[in-house]
Each structure stands twice: as structure tokens, then as C-alpha cells.
Design a protein around this ligand. Structure first.
Ligand SMILES: O=C(O)[C@H](CS(=O)(=O)O)OP(=O)(O)O
Ligand SMILES: [Mg+2]
Length: 238
């Protein structure tokens, strides 16, 4: 097993992903939304890159079986059912539904990862489940941090560090099993994630927009124990 970590999805080539186990992280907030929706009984989540694609795709479904979710500039898209706040994806809203989701970073990162046939969705909410999945699969791993608008995003990076720490507990790998970036993230990880994330642009941006409860929710380590898998364009619980 060799683990590489990339700070943004546009830093990864399709060639790098072939045959690898890929973990896509967008802790604030897309992969937290997807994980929460599936825990709360959503049938599946379909990540799409843009709004037009989301609306066109929704026409293929009966009105009562589909929900449109996502954001632009961190706020709900006009005409959509849900925003990119995981707190809106409650059981009474999402149970049994297909969710079409489009966000600025996370859904695009997932689309990028689709050149691998083994892609899982990670966030702070399911750190241990993702680490256990990596241990079981015992493959070379690429961790893709979605980043924010093409740049390093501390929330995703910290999540990668948390997964690397949990993985080491399960599978005492050596430092030369890690890329330089992965090794740095492992060595620099500290579990006071919220304090550290407060220095990040992304957390402050969504706090300023009033999403304080989202930040509290998304930074709760191991609230859930599921592994959402992205197969043939759809995310389901594996
Ligand atoms: O909604 C979010 O948290 C972000 C939007 S922005 O980067 O803060 O504008 O989208 P995500 O794709 O979940 O990073
Ligand atoms: Mg994000």
C-alpha cells in the first residue's frame, strides 16, 4: 500500500487514479452532505458538475422520488429543494429519495475521481470507516482533497491527516508507504480540528454566511460509520 494525497482535485491526473483506491474529501461541506443524506436513508446521491446538468437529469425522475440539492457561492441555488447544508438532509426529507447534488468543489472532485473504479467519499464524520475500508482493500491509495476554488483548503487537508492517523492505528504502515505530502499531513495532524480550521478561508466564509451549526456538525469526528461508494456516477452506501 502506498498513499498519495493531493490538495486539490485539479492537481491529479486520470493516469494517477487508474487502479487505485480513491478517497474524495470535501468536509465543508459536499462529502459531509452526501454521507449525512445516505445515513438518513437517501436511496442514492448523483453528483453533477453544473446546474443545467442537474436540472436536465431531474426530468428523468418522478417528482416525488427526486430532490435537487447544492449551492453556488455557498448558498442554495434558486429553484432547488435543498442547499449544501447537511442539516437539511434529515430523514424525513431524504428517506427513499434520489438526490442530485451540484456544488462548487466536492461534486467536481468526485467527477474527477471517476477514472478509478474504487472511489469512496470521506469527511470527518466517517474517518474511521474510511480508514477501515482502506485497510481491508489493501491497495495503493490516492486521497483527493476537493480544495476550495482550486486552492488548498485546510478543512480537507486536516481530514486527510485524520484518516492517515486512524489508518496507522489499524495498519502500522512505515513512513515510506506515504508520499511526502501524506507523510507531512500525518506528522502535522492534531485532533483540535476546529481550532486549526478557524485559520482557514472556507470555514470563515461559511460561518459569515450564518452556517455555524454546519461547521459544528461537519467537524464532529466519526459521527457516522458508513462508507459511501461512488460507482457509475452514483454514490450509495457500500
Ligand atoms: O458550500 C460549500 O461549503 C462550498 C462552497 S464555497 O467553496 O464555500 O463557495 O462548496 P463545497 O463544494 O461543499 O466545497
Ligand atoms: Mg468544500
Amino acid at each position: 500500500m502506498f498513499v498519495e494525497t493531493y490538495e486539490t482535485y485539479n492537481a491529479v491526473s486520470d493516469k494517477t487514479l487508474k487502479g487505485k483506491l480513491v478517497v474524495v474529501i470535501d468536509t465543508l461541506r459536499a462529502t459531509s452532505v452526501i454521507t449525512t443524506a445516505l445515513v438518513n436513508g437517501s436511496k442514492e446521491v448523483i453528483p453533477v458538475a453544473d446546474i443545467e446538468e442537474a436540472v436536465n437529469l431531474s426530468c428523468n425522475f418522478d417528482k416525488d422520488e427526486i430532490l435537487l440539492g447544492g449551492e453556488r457561492n455557498a448558498v442554495k441555488i434558486d429553484g432547488f429543494d435543498l442547499s449544501n447544508s447537511p442539516l437539511e438532509y434529515s430523514k424525513d426529507v431524504v428517506e427513499g429519495k434520489t438526490i442530485i447534488l451540484t456544488t462548487t468543489n466536492g461534486t467536481r472532485a468526485l467527477k474527477k475521481a471517476s477514472s478509478s473504479d474504487d472511489v469512496v467519499v470521506g469527511c470527518l464524520l466517517n474517518v474511521s470507516s474510511i480508514a477501515e475500508y482502506i485497510q481491508r482493500e489493501d491497495k495503493d491509495v490516492v486521497i483527493i482533497c476537493a480544495g476550495t476554488e482550486g486552492k488548498f483548503s485546510i478543512d480537507d487537508i486536516i481530514t486527510a491527516g485524520a484518516i492517515l492517523h486512524k489508518l496507522k492505528e489499524l495498519k502500522p504502515y512505515e513512513s515510506d508507504d506515504l508520499s511526502k505530502a501524506s507523510y507531512f499531513l500525518y506528522e502535522s495532524f492534531k485532533d483540535n480540528v476546529l481550532d486549526i480550521m478557524k485559520y482557514g478561508y472556507h470555514l470563515n466564509r461559511i460561518e459569515k454566511l450564518g452556517y455555524h451549526d454546519d461547521v459544528k456538525f461537519c467537524t464532529t469526528i466519526d459521527m457516522f460509520s458508513i462508507v459511501p461508494k461512488y460507482i457509475n456516477g452514483v454514490v450509495k452506501i457500500c
